[in-house]
Structure formats: C-alpha cells, structure tokens
Design a protein around this ligand. Structure first.
Ligand code: MG
Ligand code: MG
Length: 247
C-alpha cells in the first residue's frame, strides 16, 4: 500500500517516538537492571508523548517492549526476575502509535564489556539492516532486501532466522507483504514511493534454528548461541529510503 504525504507525516511522528524510546531504554542499560526496568522506561516515553503502544495487548502481550537477552531471538517478556549482567547482550523491540499510524524498531546492545563474538554479531546484524534499507528505492524488488541482509550475515559466518520476518507497516503494525531476511526464491513486489516497511534482521551466531519456549512468546536459538536483532521503519521515497525511527 502507498501512503500519502499526510499519512507519512503521522508515521514520521510515530517513528520519532520509537527513536525516543530507544534512547530512553539505552540510558537505563547497566549491570543489575531488569528487563521490567526497560519496559518502565519505554512506558514513560509513550505517556509523555501521548502515544499508544502497538505491543501492549498484541495477542495478549503484557508489555510495551520485547526484551530478548543473549540466546533469545525475539519476543521476550519484560520481567523483574530477568536481571542483566556484565557481558550480556539485550535486544529491545518496541513500537508506538500516533494518530492511528504505527512505528516499529529494535536494537541490540551490550551490557558493559561483551565478548568479541557478541560485539561482532551486533555490528554485522546492524550492517545487514543497513544493506537492506539501501535497496528500498522505487523500481527495486522487495525481496532484494532479504537477499542483501542474508549476504551480509552469511559472509560473516552467521545465519539469518527464517521463521520470523519483517513486514509492511501503516495503520496496523503488521501489514502485508512480509519482508523476509533471506532470498525467498522470487523477487517479490516492485517498490513504489509511499510504501513503508519494517525491516528487521534477526541474525544468529550459530545455526538459523529457533525454538518457542513454554511461555508461548520467547523465541530462542535452537543451539543456544547468541542472537541479535535490529529493526527500522523505512519509507520508500523518490529521494531514497527515509528511516522514520532515527532520532
Ligand atoms: Mg519490532
Ligand atoms: Mg516489526
């Protein structure tokens, strides 16, 4: 779907709120912080900005952010019982609704000093996101994005998750079409200005396999190795990709 200028303006504002949540949650990251503390920092931004949460209540999800440490890939539930320690990595995924329009973005950060592998995994995952974003231009085909993400991740010796993917976004958080982080075998739709997508590589240090935990939400790597996740909401414009979820 193509969004008009008024719709894109609302999505730009939603994206700014998401970027602000990223800044506010990054600011609380230190050894001893709980993932519930991260959720509280995010709630405070939503409240200040008068924005809605597209995470809270989504299929019953109980928080405004997903917090996924270490081998958890995505969809971790914030908890007072999950205390982050020096050397952990934590993925924080969140969104905001402004005047009915959605933003969605995620980052992964280290707690204090992290391992060389963890640092490289985060760096490569973010680089794979930017390689995908570069291709969000009118006339390109959507699945070139996933091919680029996959190339960057696999060139570094890592793997991309198959079961969870990016998506178009607008008046709902998850709209069609999906945006896989791999080459799905077909080039997909031709991109036009006004289309908006959430591109979100989930990159595993080991194999691509995933396991859903008994809480029905938390997705972890099958081999127990680290996973990182970065995401932005991006509009296709005649002037190139416009990332809405940057500060
Ligand atoms: Mg997200
Ligand atoms: Mg998303």
């Amino acid at each position: 779907m193509r969004r008009n200028a008024a719709e894109l303006a609302k999505m730009r504002r939603a994206g700014k709120v998401v970027a602000e949540i990223h800044e506010a949650t990054r600011a609380v990251l230190r050894p001893g912080v709980t993932t519930a503390d991260i959720d509280r920092a995010a709630r405070s931004v939503l409240e200040t900005r008068g924005a809605g949460s597209n995470f809270l209540g989504y299929h019953g999800f109980p928080a405004v952010v997903c917090t996924s440490p270490n081998a958890m890939i995505v969809h971790g539930i914030p908890s007072e019982a999950v205390v982050l320690e020096e050397g952990d990595i934590i993925s924080v995924d969140c969104g905001a609704i402004v005047e009915g329009y959605h933003g969605d973005a995620a980052y992964t950060a280290g707690i204090g000093q992290v391992s060389v592998e963890a640092a490289r995994l985060m760096e490569v995952t973010e680089a794979s996101l930017h390689a995908g974003i570069e291709l969000l231009r009118p006339g390109h085909r959507l699945h070139e994005v996933g091919r680029a993400v996959q190339q960057v991740a696999e060139a570094a010796g890592f793997s991309v998750v198959r079961e969870y993917v990016g998506h178009a976004i607008g008046t709902a958080m998850h709209e069609e079409p999906q945006v896989p982080n791999y080459w799905p075998g077909t080039p997909g739709p031709t991109l036009k200005s006004g289309m908006v997508f959430a591109v979100e590589p989930m990159v595993n240090a080991g194999g691509p396999g995933t396991v859903l935990l008994d809480d029905g939400w938390s997705v972890v790597t099958a081999d127990g190795r680290l996973s990182a996740h970065f995401e932005h909401t991006i509009a296709v414009t005649d002037d190139g990709p416009e990332v809405f979820t940057l500060p």
